[in-house]
Design a protein around this ligand. Structure first.
Ligand code: PLP
Length: 348
């Protein structure tokens, strides 16, 4: 006897990366920022908290929308906020994809997308990246009942980026919306934001979890044309962002100087990580994100992950059937990366 819809019974459920509670880990497994957020964030939370939380928050997070609109060069009604960008992805999938429909994603990429399709009772179709992590024409092809295409850009686990011109070409050929998940884009050389005004089918999502060092806060948003935002708004929970997170997120995006400084620190450490891994004999993909994807042709990498974990250094081991396995290592502080490289050097 089961009370669940058959697709819920049949699915496994998404398993997030390990979040050890307590224990002194050097944590390089879920791409968090190693530095604390802008001090303005804490101030905003304290002020909001002092004013009290007895009233409901603004359902549309207007304060954030107005400030973000100025910073990102759009109008406020082009922005919808979410409880983390995962919430935005859930809202989009619920709005566009129904029972039996098709959701497309690249492979290997963010496994959560498939889970979102399953919850809807929809099918998912994975289009493999080419060996050099570029995308083929088929990613923009039409498909039977294709309703949504999700593209992490930069991609995880590779850290690679599909150039904006190609994203636009793909979107123009598709019969459905293309959501470009830009969770890591603040660490990249370019982004797809300006494509939104040029193509109704393009949605761009952003997260405050990585580049703004606020994974614990839960705030993300999507930028799309106003008629798309209006439709998505019908699907979201009324109060999907709370008063503290709205105030904190507004303060965070307001401090673009903090973002630029943090970005240059992360990029400098990323160069050190890439060079160090290559020196150890790994094949390390050039990264546009705050992590690197590392494979090794000479030895299995799973035991390396396990040995590192024994030494309280946590990286992400990932195995993609038909593609291969590797270690995804987040860019921590210089000190954390040096410790990781040193341990790996002793093991390999
Ligand atoms: C981390 C991540 C997200 C989720 O970000 P949140 O804002 O923390 O929900 C979305 N997409 C990708 C590809 C990610 O790696």
């Amino acid at each position: 006897m089961t009370y669940f819809r058959s697709n819920i019974d049949a699915m496994a459920g998404y398993v997030p990366g390990e979040q050890p509670q307590g224990g002194q880990f050097i944590k390089l497994n879920t791409n968090e920022n190693p530095y604390p957020a802008s001090p303005a964030v804490r101030q905003a939370i304290e002020e909001t908290s002092r004013r009290g939380l007895q009233k409901y928050p603004d359902p549309m997070a207007g304060e954030f929308r107005r400030r973000a609109a100025e910073i990102f060069g759009v109008q406020p009604d082009w922005i919808l906020c979410g409880n983390g960008s995962d919430d935005v992805l859930t809202i989009a999938t619920r709005a566009f994809v129904g029972q039996g429909h098709l959701l497309r994603l690249p492979y290997p990429s963010y496994v959560l997308y498939k889970t979102l399709a399953r919850i809807q009772g929809a099918r998912s179709q994975e289009i493999p990246f080419r060996a050099d992590w570029s995308l083929g024409e088929e990613f923009g092809a039409s498909g039977d009942d294709l309703r949504l295409v999700l593209l992490p850009n930069p991609n995880s686990p590779s850290g690679t980026l599909v150039p904006p011109e190609q994203v636009l070409e793909l979107a123009q050929r598709l019969p459905c919306p293309l959501l470009v998940d830009e969770a890591y884009v603040d660490f990249a050389d370019t982004n797809c934001l300006e494509l939104v005004a040029r193509c109704e089918k393009i949605l761009v999502s952003r997260s405050l979890s990585k580049s703004y060092a606020l994974a614990g806060l839960r705030f993300g948003f999507v930028v799309a044309q106003p008629q798309i935002i209006a439709g998505l708004t019908k699907v979201k929970d009324s109060y999907n962002c709370d008063a503290l997170s709205i105030a904190a997120a507004t303060a965070a995006v307001d401090d673009q100087k903090w973002l630029a400084e943090n970005r240059s620190k992360i990029l400098a450490t990323r160069r050190r990580l890439v060079a160090g891994m290559r020196e150890l004999g790994f094949t390390t993909v050039d990264s546009q994100a705050n992590f690197t994807w590392n494979t090794h042709s000479g030895q299995p990498v799973r035991p390396l992950y396990e040995r590192l974990k024994q030494d309280r250094i946590l990286v992400r081991y990932m195995d993609y059937p038909g593609w291969g396995d590797g270690l995804r290592i987040s860019v921590g502080t210089d000190q954390q990366i040096d410790a990781c490289l040193e341990r790996l050097g002793a093991i390999v």
